[in-house]
Design a binder for this molecule. Structure first.
Ligand SMILES: C[S@@+](CC[C@H](N)C(=O)[O-])C[C@H]1O[C@@H](n2cnc3c(N)ncnc32)[C@H](O)[C@@H]1O
Length: 476
């Protein structure tokens, strides 16, 4: 847990075990629970944990209720009834594992406390419980799964060998069940692995401690026969060939924690290599990039592996490979590697359906100038900002004895993108002219009072303009 920082104060966290196991930020009231060995390094851990506990409890109850009814539609169809009964048994045992995972939260907060937190569904997308699929691919030793993992490992290894000159520290984003971090752990002195889904972290922790996880592989839609509706599987590090010595060695190297990839508990410029496997397209790239950029050292490497699935409802959020390259180059990264690696995804022998991906394998190096003042995520009320030296805008209008009438404004930013008639923004930029803190701007912009709401709205606007390289941060 060395070198982890508070996501608010940016101070190095201290580990304490009394009265509860937690990481505390010295000189502040911020503290982060460590639940069953997993540090919860979210900006608001109690909200995250309450929501996790609430959503998963609800999910488990729903699944259990549904399982109770599986056999109903199959009455009279003996074969299907057997399959349905097996699905019921498997569902109940899997839900037992999820219950067990979230039980740890109750060691930290009482049920009463948890129920009192006003949850806001911020993390709703995570509650689809994909952890069982990943347990099956990563820690059961299926030959087809091992083949997929070896394609990932070989692709990453090729890039690391050729381009990663500093192998001190790696960060694996959206690390899921940690198998990829384990498989490349021999390449680095130290690794951080992070994810945002509680069951992922909890199962990872079990595997890392050498436990066997017995679970049911459920095939609701592919009931080829009874056996294939529900398979009893066992996941463990040993099942995929890691010895006890390997396990101890890897545990010494890898620190796994729960965090949001857009707010990482790691110091600026502290990581030699960031790996994003099947993850870059989980978040819109402009949301992910500021933190990648902040924590990566100069000359550090960003490596992507995956198909760019882009399951976003907004087209603007869907970045193509060319967009990502252009984005990185714009922020002064150098593209150093590009390739395609075809691989099945989540295929195992008894599945009747699987996807095949043409994965984009890409690496970019952070150059000197990329160490920017673009850590937009870290803007606060006292940050001082100024206009970016490359920023240009034009205003057209008329000047008469009656004064000025502005008819059009136009400003250009990243990739030549143009914003027309954005008068409010231009007015705001006039205010920034020179160097101003966000707090000063909150008072001056639209004659606001400088209260928390106006600071927040100026912060949001400023973050956008920093990301677009219209403003730069002079001091955070
Ligand atoms: C498609 S899975 C890939 C898992 C892993 N990289 C692999 O290839 O085995 C995406 C992972 O990202 C995690 N995730 C989603 N949003 C995240 C966020 N904001 N920060 C960190 N992890 C996140 C999910 O919980 C999930 O484990």
């Amino acid at each position: 847990m060395k070198d982890l920082i508070c996501v608010h104060t940016k101070k190095t966290l201290e580990y304490i075990t009394q009265p509860l196991e937690q990481l505390i930020a010295p000189g502040s009231t911020y503290n982060y629970p460590v639940i069953d060995g997993i540090p919860v390094l979210l900006p608001n851990p109690s909200l995250f944990l309450a929501e996790t506990w609430y959503q998963y409890s609800k999910y488990v109850l729903k699944q259990e209720e549904a399982a109770g009814k599986y056999h109903n539609p199959y009455q009279g169809l003996a074969f299907r009834k057997n399959a349905a009964d097996a699905l019921k048994k498997g569902t109940l045992s899997n839900m037992g594992l999820i219950r067990h995972a979230i039980d740890g939260i109750e060691k930290y907060f009482s049920k009463k406390q948890l129920l009192n937190v006003a949850v806001n569904n911020k993390f709703q997308d995570l509650f689809q419980v994909k952890a069982f699929n990943y347990l099956k691919r990563d820690w059961c030793g299926f030959p087809e799964a091992e083949e997929q993992l070896s394609i990932i490992r070989n692709s990453l290894s090729a890039v690391i060998s050729e381009h990663c000159h500093d192998t001190q520290t790696a960060l694996v984003l959206g690390a899921g069940l940690g198998r990829i971090a384990w498989d490349i752990s021999d390449r680095f002195d130290h690794l951080y692995a992070t994810d945002l889904a509680f069951p992922m972290a909890s199962f990872y922790n079990g595997i890392a401690k050498g436990k066997q996880i017995n679970f049911a592989d459920l095939n609701f839609s592919q009931i080829r026969d009874n056996k294939h509706s529900t398979n009893s599987l066992t996941a463990s590090a040993a099942a995929v060939g890691y010895t006890e010595t390997d396990r101890a060695h890897i545990n010494d190297k890898i620190a796994y924690f729960l965090s949001d990839a857009t707010q990482l508990p790691l110091p600026d410029r502290s990581v030699s290599c960031i790996l994003s496997v099947y993850f870059t397209d989980v978040l819109p790239f402009p949301q992910l990039f500021p933190e990648i950029n902040r924590v990566l050292k100069k000359d550090g490497l960003f490596i992507h592996f995956g198909p760019l699935g882009n399951n976003f409802s907004q087209v603007q959020a869907m970045f193509t490979a060319e967009d990502i390259k252009a984005y990185l180059v714009k922020y002064d990264y150098e593209s150093v590697y590009e390739n395609t690696a075809g691989a099945w995804h989540m295929k195992t022998g008894e599945k009747m359906h699987a996807d095949h991906y043409a994965n984009w394998v890409y690496a970019a190096r952070k150059k000197e100038a990329a160490d920017p003042q673009i850590t937009a995520a870290y803007l606060n009320a006292d940050s001082v900002i100024s206009l970016h030296s490359n920023f240009r805008f034009t205003i057209t209008g008329e000047k008469s004895s009656a004064g000025e009438t502005i008819s059009h404004t136009l400003y250009n930013c990243y990739q030549g993108k143009e914003y027309k008639d954005a008068r409010q923004v231009i007015d705001f930029l006039f205010l920034v002219n020179g160097k101003r803190s966000v707090r000063q701007l909150a008072i001056e912009y639209g004659n606001q009072s400088g209260d928390n709401d106006s600071i927040q709205s100026v912060l949001t606007l400023t973050q956008f303009l920093v990301r677009e390289q219209i403003l730069t941060i002079v001091k955070t």
